[in-house]
Write a protein that binds this ligand. Structure first.
Ligand SMILES: [Zn+2]
Ligand SMILES: [Zn+2]
Length: 463
């Protein structure tokens, strides 16, 4: 496992690719851009989310050659006016290219001196502004976050993070130091654990999946436990399981890895599923959090994940997960199933998978997948109001058991993990909402209508 960098600069979907395209289209000269971001500190990590990108016009350059760049003060001044007058940004990230380098890249002595001077100026002039910088070669980058440590100016190396792994490029500073011996036995070895997966997905995809990808599953019941089992079989090595509930007898018809005895002992679902995954692959790091997604400790786990998978039917935890996804730029996959039975007749058996990457401008909120009355009945601080909503029949109570069968769950969980794998392979077209229906006949189709009819001025994901 790679030792994790403590500073992350995170991009919306497509932004890093378009930034590089803009700056590296012409490799005869150095190019420059200013990014506006938001700095957040959590659990010893600094996460900068890139909100906007500003590109200078040709007239904004004083001097521009293969190894030198001078930007007019006006352009920098305008960026400073913008960052200080807006509520959603507090960070300047300056970006330039070393177009003459193809591979590894490092900041030059001139870069160091210029940035140090600029950082000192920022600290002396504005309160609460943050500063970071990125330099691109043709294929790699070096990035850093400037900070004060005991009064001294220091630059700390940073990692760039994109929504999907194919969009990302390699850092010149952080090596992917995979345990080669381990990789030989489980991936490339003829009898290895993932030998057959490599045959199907290719070595590069398997490496991307197995190396420092951290996936968090919220809700490990009938859907989440199947997702978890799929992930471990597909080669993911770092999985966080989040669920406050204990196993009940009525869960045994669908929770993967759960035994009769676990229900008798009322064991935590996360512990039962963790045991199952660890038995399949003892080398994987599985962490069980018997916690609600609203708890503070869970926030940093989710903020530092590469994907959030939401597999709970609880609307308030779905909303919370979606909020954290947008806040920390972590892409989200959501699963849902529905079985409607009326007068002993099965009226609907269906499910769906929603993929919401930050920057896609769609989320559970604007797709109307979150019912505000359900959120209130689950989370309203006043118990009387919560009970009243149930009593009046606006929502079904927590104690009402919804119908559930494993075959529906596994079909939808399989679709979800396939959608996730497709984010690494890019083999198929991206489908934001994929529906499974088993009414009359079985079919899987893309739900374009919900996407078209979503609220395009969504307060949550429109950033
Ligand atoms: Zn430079
Ligand atoms: Zn939205």
């Amino acid at each position: 496992m790679t030792t994790r960098a403590r500073n992350h600069i995170k991009f919306k979907h497509g932004d890093l690719a378009s930034l590089r395209e803009m700056l590296l289209a012409d490799t005869s000269k150095e190019h420059f851009a200013v990014l506006l971001g938001k700095t957040q500190k959590i659990d010893g990590y600094t996460i900068i989310t890139v909100i906007d990108m500003l590109f200078p016009a040709q007239s904004d350059y004083n001097h521009q050659s293969v190894a030198l760049l001078r930007i007019k003060k006006d352009f920098i001044h305008q960026a400073l006016v913008e960052v200080t007058s807006r509520y959603d940004v507090d960070t300047i990230i300056d970006v330039h290219t070393h177009p003459f380098t193809r591979g590894d890249v490092a900041f030059s002595g001139t870069d160091d001196a210029d940035e140090r001077t600029f950082f000192r100026f920022l600290k002396d002039t504005f309160a609460g502004l943050h500063y970071a910088s990125i330099v691109f070669s043709q294929h790699r980058y070096s990035a850093r976050v400037w900070t004060l440590s005991n009064g001294a100016i220091v630059a700390r190396k940073a990692l760039l993070k994109t929504q999907t792994s194919p969009e990302n490029i390699a850092s010149a500073d952080f090596r992917e130091d995979a345990d080669e011996r381990y990789e030989k036995t489980v991936v490339t070895g003829g009898e290895g654990f993932f030998n057959r997966s490599v045959l199907a997905l290719g070595l590069d995809v398997m490496r991307a999946i197995m190396r420092d990808q951290s996936i968090s599953i919220i809700g490990v019941g009938g859907l989440g436990s199947v997702v978890a089992e799929h992930l471990i079989h597909m080669g993911f090595h770092e999985i966080n399981l989040i669920d406050p509930d204990v196993l009940e007898m009525s869960n045994l018809n669908r929770v993967v890895g759960a035994y009769y005895e676990d229900a008798e002992q009322k064991r935590a679902k996360v512990d039962v599923v963790k045991r199952h995954l660890t038995r399949i692959n003892p080398k994987a790091t599985i962490t069980a959090y018997k916690k609600d997604v609203h708890e503070k400790e869970v926030e940093s786990v989710l903020a530092l994940s590469d994907w959030l998978i939401v597999a709970t039917d609880n609307h308030s935890s779905r909303l919370k997960a979606q909020e954290l996804s947008v806040h920390y730029f972590v892409p989200l996959l959501s699963l849902g199933v529905n079985i409607t039975v009326k007068d002993h007749k099965l009226e609907d058996m269906s499910g769906e998978v929603i993929t919401a990457r930050v920057g896609d401008c769609l989320c559970l909120q604007c797709l109307q997948r979150i019912n505000p009355i359900k959120v209130a009945s689950e989370r309203h601080p006043d118990q009387v109001i919560r009970e009243e909503l149930v009593k009046r029949g606006y929502v079904t109570g927590k104690d009402i058991k919804e119908p559930a069968v494993k075959t529906l769950n596994t079909a939808v969980a399989t679709m979800a993990v396939d959608m996730l794998i497709n984010q690494y392979t890019g083999a198929r077209k991206h489908v934001p909402v994929l529906v499974y229906e088993n009414n009359g006949h079985m079919c899987i189709y893309e739900d374009r209508e919900s996407v078209q009819q979503r609220n395009k001025r969504c307060f949550l994901c429109n950033i």
